[in-house]
Design a protein around this ligand. Sequence first.
Ligand code: PBG
Length: 321
Amino acid sequence: MFRTRRLRKTENIRRLVRENKLSVDDLIYPLFIEEGENIETEIVSMPGIYRFSLDKISKELDEVVALNIPAILLFGIPALKDEEGSETWNDEGIMQKAVRFIKKNYPSLYVITDVCFCEYTSHGHCGIIHDNDVDNDATLPNIAKQVIAQAKAGVDMVAPSGMMDGMVQTIREALDNTGFPNIPIMSYAVKYSSAFYGPFRDAADSAPTFGDRRTYQMDPSNRDEALREATFDDQEGADILMVKPALSYLDIIRDVKNNFDRPVATYNVSGEYAMIKAAAQKGWIDEERVMMEALLSMKRAGADIIITYFAKDVAKVLMRK
Ligand code: PBG
């Protein structure tokens, strides 16, 4: 008789046949850095996650290093917004200041920057607006300027999240032509127009003031289109392909993993974090077990890298084991 239960009998045999494991090596921790001083504001819908000003960030970074988390992903919240998001290419802009500060004081930490405009534009969209929509080709030169400013500040890797066509090629050329051929690109290749970003938009103050992002982010109904998106970014030279969000898009993670010879990252986004935290606070679920199971499902789907607000919590659990 077939007895699949033989290999489930004890924890030791289960350890031997276990197919997927979470490791702290897989994790990237997102951080929100706000222009100003003395800021340490907890985000209401993301318990345990804060907006920090640079003078308040060291405690958090010390913890990330102590937990052996390899990398952080930075989002900037500027004091000044304008139509174009020009703070993104200002050498004294918050992102550039943050990168210089962190690379100086925590040289071993791998620093990744978000490349986008929505936190920096007065209208909250991810590029230049013409005729009530983001103008793809007018936005590309500004993406190049933003990336060069981040590169000059000393960033290790850039992560474009704006879903503009041609953004990866633009960034690759900009970096190569300015003496930064070794900075890799982790592209938000497959990014859906998702309601799961709700808490992030409060955190990063980046909700659009009119319309939505459906003319540039993907329709959640589409699966085949994800391969087209990933193909373009792969051909344009993305070093890592990202699928975002994670939990409702595990099928897409597996498709990208099976079809491309690139490391696959996924973003366990703010709404996914908020749901688990909220249910746990009500006492309705076991937070630690649900968190570990959710992240494990991303590994099983094929993610090599997981960007998650749970990174510190997961690292603590893994240290105990
Ligand atoms: C855009 C960006 C967003 C997220 C990461 N980068 C928001 C959006 O597209 O509206 C969402 C991350 C999250 O929800 O955790 N710069």
